[in-house]
Design a protein around this ligand. Structure first.
Ligand SMILES: C[S@@+](CC[C@H](N)C(=O)[O-])C[C@H]1O[C@@H](n2cnc3c(N)ncnc32)[C@H](O)[C@@H]1O
Length: 250
């Protein structure tokens, strides 16, 4: 299971989650992965989004014509996903330990959520669950960050107005330089009239290099690593610290 703090985080966050992610181009991300799937996949259209959150990617995949479904460990996030995608099936499960009744053609995991596999052993369990759930030539596609390329002081920040309040969201990775854990720091500032509330979270997530990850995947998949650019399909340049892994079940 993921740590209780992860679940508490998303229970707290579920009401603000879409606001926090308002600047993310979910359409472009989904479309990019659809193109990768067209190139590498088996032409089947059974899709599962791991750690689907409030379901924005599932919405796009349904609209593309996929039989799309979602899995997440947090019930309040899934309730919102169901509202967004009433025709889809959502399952409350841990992505490190799941199985499916119908084999799948595409499994995705967006927004670095694969790192919620809390440690290398959990990540191996996640990879194993994905492998067992896929059809032959099924594709597993996710984005990930290389622990050795993390800039500890770099924060992504954005602001939003909602419900008569001003919000400042900021997030950034932290890696201490050794071991298999990194953390995601999240800060939310909510100002209503003159009163500001500050909300902060930091919890452990799996840390590894792209080469370590590739080694874990290679017994099961043909692994392609692409630049983290949702506009173009370009092979990873061996330099950048974010990438999109596209793994085809052997
Ligand atoms: C950063 S959000 C990403 C949501 C969505 N993929 C997106 O792109 O907006 C991370 C999600 O991962 C879920 N999560 C965390 N640990 C998980 C686990 N072990 N299994 C399944 N979902 C998990 C959280 O509940 C949360 O909804």
């Amino acid at each position: 299971m993921s740590s209780p703090s992860t679940n508490a985080l998303y229970t707290d966050l579920s009401g603000y989650y879409d606001l926090m992610c308002a600047e993310i181009n979910y359409q472009a991300q989904s479309d990019h992965v659809r193109r990768l799937h067209q190139i590498f996949g088996n032409k089947g259209q059974n899709h599962l989004d791991l750690a689907c959150g409030t379901g924005p990617h599932v919405r796009h995949f349904l609209d593309f014509g996929y039989q799309s479904s979602g899995l997440d460990i947090n019930q309040p996030m899934l309730l919102q996903a169901k509202e967004r995608c009433p025709e889809a099936q959502f399952t409350l499960k841990d992505m490190c330990r799941f199985s499916v009744e119908q084999p799948l053609d595409l499994i995705t995991c967006f927004l670095y959520s694969i790192h919620y596999s809390d440690g290398i052993e959990k990540l191996k369990e996640c990879i194993n669950s994905v492998y067992n759930a896929l059809n032959t030539k099924g594709v597993f596609c996710f984005n990930v960050v290389d622990k050795n390329k993390i800039e500890n002081n770099s924060l992504v920040r954005h602001t939003a107005e909602y419900d008569n309040s001003h919000f400042v969201f900021s997030s950034g990775w932290y890696y201490a330089g050794s071991g298999e854990k990194q953390s995601l720091k999240l800060n939310i500032e909510k100002t209503t009239q003159d009163e500001t509330q500050l909300w902060q979270d930091e919890h452990p997530m799996v840390a590894l290099s792209f080469h370590e990850l590739e080694k874990l995947l290679q017994p099961y998949f043909e692994v392609h690593i692409f630049e983290h650019d949702y506009e173009k399909i370009m092979l990873w340049d061996n330099v950048s610290g974010n990438a999109i892994f596209t793994c085809v079940k052997i």
